[in-house]
Design a protein around this ligand. Structure first.
Ligand code: SF4
Length: 242
């Protein structure tokens, strides 16, 4: 009996790993807006990274359940015009918005976010990367207003922020994606974030180790791969001497 359970855990873990690999396929996603360009570059190049435990991936997945519940509530209120809508087909960018709702005869794009409750209690403005994501959705769906609806993970507290379409912000994100596309074509690793390693993204980054090897400035991907190989050879040599 115990053996069956071990097999099931492996199957579930693999399911989460496959889901992660699917997310990493070669396209920018609306959810990449505001993210470290170097991190996105490494994802595209399938650079070596620290494995994210399936346990952590399952924690992320809890956010999906929050989304489902909030969506059910919106449907019950009869205000949903569309849900889980893919952005109009783009060559390089993919993304799926949570919902479009009608309130007092006005259309709003809605994006749900689940977040640590303590952080949510202190928040008096939405996170900038979330605003940029909504800006992109508004841009692609040609809508003027969006709502970022946050739910606290531990206390289910709700907080909402109105986001008005700002063409400049949306276009800036698209320009950033274009710049990164050029980096990818030229095989040129983007610069490190200027506040590395304090930036919160660095704290959770699976590429932190190779990012340190790369250093602050741009570097050719081929050159970095050689450095990573040298580093790994010298580590195995020193292990061998122990
Ligand atoms: S460690 Fe920080 S700067 Fe380096 S790739 Fe990750 S997020 Fe970007």
């Amino acid at each position: 009996m115990a053996k069956t359970l071990i097999m099931l855990k492996e199957i579930i873990d693999k399911y989460y790993q496959d889901k992660r690999d699917e997310r990493d396929k070669e396209k920018f996603y609306v959810s990449d807006a505001g993210k470290c360009p170097r991190q996105i570059f490494f994802k595209f190049k399938k650079a070596p990274r620290k494995e994210m435990e399936p346990r952590i991936l399952r924690i992320f997945d809890q956010g999906d359940y929050v989304h489902l519940r909030l969506m059910r509530d919106l449907f019950s209120l009869g205000i949903v015009v569309a849900s889980e809508i893919d952005i109009p087909p783009q060559e390089d960018i993919g993304g799926r918005a949570d919902a479009i709702v009608r309130i007092n005869n006005e259309l709003y794009l809605v994006d749900f976010k689940s977040i640590n409750s303590t952080i949510l209690q202190k928040m008096d403005a939405p996170k900038e990367e979330h605003v940029l994501q909504v800006q992109l959705y508004l841009h692609f769906f040609k809508l003027k207003k969006g709502i970022l609806l946050y739910e606290g993970k531990d206390n289910s507290m709700l907080k909402e922020f109105l986001v008005e379409y700002d063409e400049k912000k949306a276009k800036k994100v698209l320009e950033d994606f274009n710049r990164l596309k050029i980096n990818l074509e030229k095989d040129l690793v983007p610069r490190q974030l200027s506040d590395f390693p304090q930036n919160w993204q660095c704290q959770y980054c699976q590429f932190r180790e190779i990012c340190e090897i790369a250093g602050r400035d741009n570097i050719q991907w081929e050159e970095l791969k050689k450095k990573i190989q040298e580093e790994s050879n010298s580590e195995s040599n020193s292990e061998g001497k122990k």
